[in-house]
Design a protein around this ligand. Structure first.
Ligand SMILES: Cc1cc2nc3c(=O)[nH]c(=O)nc-3n(C[C@H](O)[C@H](O)[C@H](O)COP(=O)(O)O)c2cc1C
Length: 283
């Protein structure tokens, strides 16, 4: 059942979605860092340590979950020196490092350092960040910014380079083509869909930090469309994700062009979901 996604070899088709699985905590709780998954995708790493958005950062939605987490993390140095080496001792399969930034320079510096780090097997660019230098609200919302960023990262690494696309764009196929022109080996479709939650009594956002993103079952049709459109537009390998909960969801995404599939929000309800799906898919 082994596969290759954008030059990265995986023992099978299931992964976790960035930011939805804590491998260190899982190792402590379950004795396995990434049960049922063919590798591990890290939380997005930023240059500086970040506390993330103020609470509340999570809100329920009828068919999914809203989050306004704001990329909390230890920052690049602590990630490279402490967390990544620890992950390498517990994770089964390759480690895909998700990279974020607020300028091209920030991204490229992290990618360069990951290129030299033996514990990083592939790099996933999370392009759903603003470029504060150019004033662009979301790099992944603009084809030119996406191509420039991907090309800059491409010159900084020979490792497999994935670009994770946002679904909240006018034409995702155009952004996919820009990532391909920049030299991406594979695409990851999709990130959360821009959304918000309102407090009925105050008429203000339920989040401490403003806007949020919708994930879970509600966005499966969005993910299906994104995978289909990006696969048709580029022919690149795709990791499909968004609302995957069942074996049928995995098969649906694969039928429209996903080579691998990642689980996110569904893991919060059932941490053994990857193991169950792997068994069912095997059958
Ligand atoms: C709590 C939470 C944190 C997330 N953090 C990240 C992140 O750091 N980087 C990233 O690229 N995506 C992040 N995502 C988006 C997921 O990786 C995934 O693209 C999205 O949730 C859709 O998949 P799902 O519906 O299966 O959850 C996060 C999602 C959630 C719910």
């Amino acid at each position: 059942m082994s596969i290759t996604v954008g030059r990265l070899e995986l023992a099978h088709t299931l992964l976790n979605a960035s930011g939805t699985w804590d491998a260190v905590e899982a190792q402590r709780l379950f004795g396995e860092a990434n049960p049922g998954m063919a590798g591990f995708v890290t939380k997005t790493v930023t240059a500086e340590p970040r506390p993330g958005n103020p609470a509340p950062r999570i809100a329920p939605s009828r068919m999914g979950l809203l989050n306004s987490i704001g990329l909390p993390g230890p920052g690049r140095d602590a990630f490279l020196e402490t967390l990544l080496p620890e992950l390498a001792t517990i994770v089964a399969g390759p480690i895909i490092c998700s990279v974020g930034g607020f300028s091209l320079g920030e991204y490229v510096e992290t990618v360069e350092q990951l290129d030299h780090h033996s514990d990083c097997d592939a790099i996933e660019l999370n392009v759903s960040c603003p470029n504060v230098e150019s004033g662009c609200a979301s790099i992944g919302g603009d084809a030119g910014e996406t191509e420039r960023l991907t090309a800059a990262a491409r010159t900084a690494t020979d490792k497999p380079l994935f670009v994770k696309l946002s679904a909240s764009v006018a034409d995702i196929a155009e952004i996919a083509k820009a990532a391909q022109a920049g030299g991406a080996d594979a695409l990851v479709c999709v990130n959360t869909v821009k959304a918000t939650a309102i407090n009925r009594w105050t008429h203000k956002s339920q989040f401490g930090g403003g806007g949020g993103g919708l994930s879970g079952a509600a966005i499966k049709p969005v993910a299906l469309h994104a995978v289909l459109a990006c696969s048709d537009a580029t022919g690149l390998d795709i990791i499909g994700l968004g609302g995957v909960e069942t074996k049928d969801d995995v098969e649906d995404l694969m039928s429209v062009g996903a080579k691998a599939v990642a689980l996110g929000t569904a893991l919060f309800r059932d941490p053994s979901l990857a193991k169950k799906l792997r068994f069912e898919l095997g059958e």
